[in-house]
Ligand binder design. Structure first.
Ligand code: GUN
Ligand code: ZN
Length: 438
């Protein structure tokens, strides 16, 4: 099966924090040829059109911008129903809104309904890959992978491990958490495009025994991912220091139990100090920057340029962190990441923000061999963005001098309204102007 898309193409081939603006490729009249879900060729339309069979249909997106599918490196599907629950910071917010909402996921119907809505929302927003927290219930993991598999999405998810400091219905034990995670991992990891993440919620809700077994499980299956939270909120950090007084800092708790390294993604990391950032760099441990969540919960201001310092760059992707986060849109999240970088006096540019939402996210997930850019042999996941999606966007983008300004305007004014189409493995899975079509 061949899919051919014609239109302006933009994608990163390198890290703009290290390489500058040359990391971005832009093809004004481009062609993306996909064969059986894989990118076959990418480049100038006039150079490549001869490779297409005469009878091959070409989707014309000349008035749009075709980019790699967005990568969300931290999101909770079980919190879709509590977006916008106001008035509390992290620890109170968890107790008051989050834990009660997650208790409902013992019900397979609730899990299935939410997982289906959630996957549709990802695709409507142009997100083709996400690293997803489920609840403590194994059925919540089956539900999300079943829905992702139906849509052929490359999705990473895992069962929450939580054996203390949580309501009784949400607690597992070190042993049941290990056993259930192992069974789920064996069922779903590399089943189609699904991948598994061992998912201790955060240091405060796991006993030392549970973290120990999580590390042992990762040792047995080093190819899976590791997903947790770190250093998001000052009170959380103080609590973790009390719970693990023998560890030098928060990161050291995870490192001690073998929970750092490549394929580990730690969400937030707002308050990590220099030694911890160096350790992330040295071990290949990635951070997920979640600006809308950090603003919503008043957690703090992430210093992106400092974290990505070329002398010891830490891998970073963007996370929406729904339901503490306030938007599924990686465009909106890029825009908020820009504003946060302004607040700390170290502004990032539009190409850097775009990298974080695409290739940077893919690298943080150790999936850059499959997604995040356009090159022959990669998975054909892409988004078609409409720069004229609203009257204001049309007015403003008409005045954009080049691709960098176009990206800047899209991340400032754009959201799901800009997502004209989403393709997963070469197939259209969302078309904005044909709602309810599939
Ligand atoms: N830390 C531990 N659990 C959570 C959660 O569900 N959301 C956020 N934002 N932080 C957490
Ligand atoms: Zn989170």
């Amino acid at each position: 099966m061949i899919t051919a898309l014609r239109g302006p193409l933009a994608y990163c081939t390198d890290d703009p924090f290290l390489a500058g603006a040359t990391a971005l490729r832009y093809e004004r009249d481009g062609l993306l040829i996909c064969r059986d879900g894989i990118v076959d060729a990418v480049g100038a339309y006039h150079a490549l059109r001869g490779q297409l069979p005469d009878d091959c249909a070409v989707s014309d997106y000349s008035d749009c911008l075709i980019v790699p599918g967005f990568v969300d490196t931290h999101i909770h599907y079980v919190q879709t129903g509590i977006i916008g629950a106001q008035g509390r910071q992290l620890l109170d917010w968890l107790e008051r809104y989050t834990f009660p909402a997650e208790i409902a996921f013992s019900d397979p119907d609730e899990a299935k309904r939410t997982a289906s809505t959630f996957c549709d929302e990802l695709l409507r927003h142009g997100t083709t890959t996400a690293l997803v927290f489920c609840s403590v219930h194994p059925g919540s993991v089956d539900a999300i992978f079943e829905q992702a598999a139906r849509r052929n999405m490359l999705l990473i998810a895992g069962k929450v491990l939580m054996d203390r400091n949580a309501p009784e219905p949400l607690r597992d034990t070190a042993q049941t958490g290990y056993d259930q995670s192992k069974a789920l991992l064996r069922k779903w990891h590399r089943n189609g495009r699904c991948r598994y993440a061992i998912t201790p919620r955060f240091a405060a809700t796991s006993s030392p025994e549970q973290l120990e077994l999580a590390g042992a499980l990762w040792g047995e299956y080093p190819d899976v991912h590791l997903h947790t939270h770190i250093a998001e909120n000052r009170n959380e950090i103080a609590w973790v220091r009390e719970l693990f007084p023998e560890r030098v800092n928060y990161l050291d708790v995870y490192a001690h139990y073998g929970l750092t390294g490549r394929r580990a993604v730690l969400a937030h990391g707002v308050h990590l100090d220099e030694p911890a950032l160096c350790r992330c760099h040295e071990t290949g441990t990635a951070l997920s920057h979640c600006p809308t969540s950090n603003l919503f919960l008043g957690s703090g201001l992430f210093r992106m340029r400092h974290v990505r310092d070329p002398r010891r760059p830490v891998q970073v992707g963007l996370g929406t962190d729904i339901g503490a986060g306030t938007s599924f849109s990686l465009l909106a999240t890029m825009g908020e990441a820009y504003k946060v970088s302004q607040m700390v006096g170290e502004p990032i540019d539009a190409i850097e923000a775009f990298y974080l939402a695409t290739l940077g996210g893919a690298r943080a997930l150790d999936l850059a061999d499959r997604i995040g850019t356009f090159a022959s042999g990669k998975d054909a996941d892409c988004v078609v963005l409409d720069p004229r999606a609203t009257p204001l966007l049309a007015f403003r983008t008409a005045r954009a001098a080049g691709i960098e300004e176009m990206l800047a305007v899209l991340m400032t004014l754009g959201d799901d309204r800009c997502v004209r189409a989403t393709y997963v493995a070469g197939s259209p899975v969302h078309e904005r102007d044909r709602p309810g079509d599939r």
